[in-house]
Write a protein that binds this ligand. Structure first.
Ligand SMILES: Nc1ncnc2c1ncn2[C@@H]1O[C@H](COP(=O)(O)OP(=O)(O)OP(=O)(O)O)[C@@H](O)[C@H]1O
Ligand SMILES: [Mg+2]
Length: 304
């Protein structure tokens, strides 16, 4: 399968209305909470993702990327990442072997400096390994050129970064529009999608604010709206609850959990927060750039 074919498969298999259904369910949470945007709910009634296909929460489907569920979605083999600082080399990842399957809720747990963000950059095709291989749907990312990597990032992966990576000179609305513009989405449709997502994350009244004019939790929510704009099948989140209050943090995790449960999305979170383990179907413990252990588990969201 060529990369173009793989991408075409994603496009045809993606069912953007399903994610919107789950968002709408979640929106009822906002309607009763302080997060409710302008309170109008107008954008929710005009779901711009709704006309594309016909899925529903009652009839969930799982987006399949890999041809066989036994095939890993992402496979890392003896991955090293060595940072060069002048004469000095630093190995941030030291021979990582890891297979990630579609539909997993994977939590990578490790202390500060253990290599989590470095690993995340490789999983998200933002960086290439110094040694070893990263296969995405059996394709070695080191063999792809930058435009192919950019296409994969744009269509397959939603990023929730540690620093949020909002563009400081763009407003809330423009930040959410950005990935849709890269997809050459019709601007009117893109505006509707952005309005819809911002209503859901309760920021309709902050559309014109710059990131510097938002609180940390609000920035995080802009980043989430942006990461969902193109309805990606894989979501990568780097410390999604860092610096957030418990309520906002719980909200974000429940939201991701909903996408996993209802949409069959593959969620990969890196964190040092032990609390997030309860959402995971598998936990990878990482320390000093090495995997310490891997634990299969059942979700148990009631555990303390
Ligand atoms: N560009 C770089 N050049 C040199 N060293 C780097 C670079 N990026 C990261 N490192 C080093 O690699 C190690 C792993 O960094 P990384 O950001 O992956 O850690 P982390 O587990 O995400 O930590 P945190 O929980 O604090 O975010 C650290 O010791 C860091 O200092
Ligand atoms: Mg980090």
């Amino acid at each position: 399968m060529t990369l173009t074919e793989i991408i075409e498969t994603f496009k045809t298999k993606l069912n953007p209305s399903k994610i919107m259904d789950s968002l709408e369910k979640k929106a009822s949470f906002y309607d009763e909470s302080e997060y409710s945007g302008d309170g109008s709910g107008e954008d929710l009634k005009n779901n711009p993702y709704g006309n594309l296909t016909g899925g529903s929460v009652e009839n969930p489907g799982v987006t399949r990327i890999t041809q066989n569920e036994k095939d890993p979605l992402i496979k890392l083999t003896n991955v090293w990442k060595i940072y060069q600082m002048g004469e000095v080399e630093f190995a941030a990842l030291k021979g990582i072997d890891l297979e990630i399957y579609e539909g997993e809720f994977l939590v990578v747990l490790g202390p500060s400096g253990s290599g989590k963000s470095t690993l995340m950059n490789l999983l998200g095709c933002l960086d290439l390994p110094s040694e070893g291989s990263v296969l995405l749907n059996s394709k070695d990312i080191s063999e792809l050129d930058e435009s192919e990597l950019a296409r994969i990032r744009g269509q397959m992966i939603g990023f929730i970064f540690q620093s949020f990576n909002l563009i400081p000179t763009l407003s809330t609305e423009e930040n959410v529009l950005l990935p849709l513009e890269f997809q050459e989405e019709d601007i009117e449709v893109a505006r509707k999608k952005a309005a819809y997502l911002l209503d859901i994350v309760g920021l309709s009244n902050k559309k014109k604010n710059l990131p510097s004019q938002l609180s940390g939790g609000q920035r995080q929510r802009v980043a989430i709206a942006r990461s969902l704009a193109v309805n990606p099948p894989i979501i990568l989140a780097d410390e999604p609850t860092g610096n957030l209050d418990t309520k906002t943090g719980d909200y974000i995790l429940d939201f991701l959990d909903g996408l996993h449960e209802r949409e069959g999305k593959t969620i990969i979170i890196v964190t040092h927060d032990l609390d997030l383990v309860k959402y995971a179907t598998r936990v990878v413990y990482i320390r000093d750039g090495e995997i310490e252990k891997i634990e299969d588990r059942k979700k148990n969201k009631t555990e303390e």
